[in-house]
Design a protein around this ligand. Sequence first.
Ligand SMILES: N[C@@H](CCC(=O)N[C@@H](CS)C(=O)NCC(=O)O)C(=O)O
Length: 206
Amino acid sequence: MLRVWGRLTSVNVQKVVWTAEELGLAFERREAGGAHGVVDTPEYRRMNPNGLVPVIEDDGFVLWESNAIVRYLAAKHGAGTLWPDDARRRADVDRWMEWQSTTFTPAMRDAFLQTVRVPAEKRDPAVIEASRAASEKAAAILDAHLAGRAFVAGDAFSPADIVLGCAAHRWLHLPLAREPRPQLERWYAALGARPGARQVVETPVR
Ligand SMILES: N[C@@H](CCC(=O)N[C@@H](CS)C(=O)NCC(=O)O)C(=O)O
C-alpha cells in the first residue's frame, strides 16, 4: 500500500494527500516532521537525506519532493484524466506547478513564518510587509489568469489546481490584510467543495 510520511499541517504533505484522495488511492499516512520528529532518524534520512516531508513509499519505490510525488501519482493512476496525455496541456499544468513552487509559495514564506510561527514580540513588520507585497503580486497574476476559467489549466481539474489550491489555502488564511481577489476566491471555494480536498481545507494554517 502507498505510504505517505508527513504531518498534515505541511503544505507540501497536503498536496500529496489531496492527490491520493482525488485518485481514490488507498494510502497510509505516518506522522513525521515538526513536533512529530522522525525526520532526523537514520531510517528517515536514508529515504530523504534532506530530512523534509513529504516522502512516499510505493511498493519499494521511495520519492521525495512534493510536486514530483504529485506528478508521479497522477501519471501512474490518472494518465489521460488527472494527468493530461496531450503534451501542450501537460506543459500548461507543469508551468503552473513550477510557478507555485518557484514564485507563489516562496513569496508568502516569510509572511507565513512571521505571522504564524514566530512569537509576536520577535516579528519584523518590514519582513512581513515585503512578503505580503510579493504575495499580492503573485495573487494578482493568478486572479487575472482565473477570469473565465474554471480551473488553472482550463476546463479540467489538474494537479496545478491541487498544488496551487494548497498554496491558496495558506495565503487566504494568513492573519494579515489581503486585497480582494474575486476569481481566486471563487476558484478556491469551488476546489474546497471537492471531496478530495476535505483533509486540506479542514487543516488550520499553523
Ligand atoms: N521542496 C520540498 C520542500 C519540503 C519542505 O520544505 N517540507 C517542510 C514542511 S512544508 C519540512 O519538512 N519542514 C521540516 C519539518 O516539518 O520538520 C517539497 O516540495 O517537498
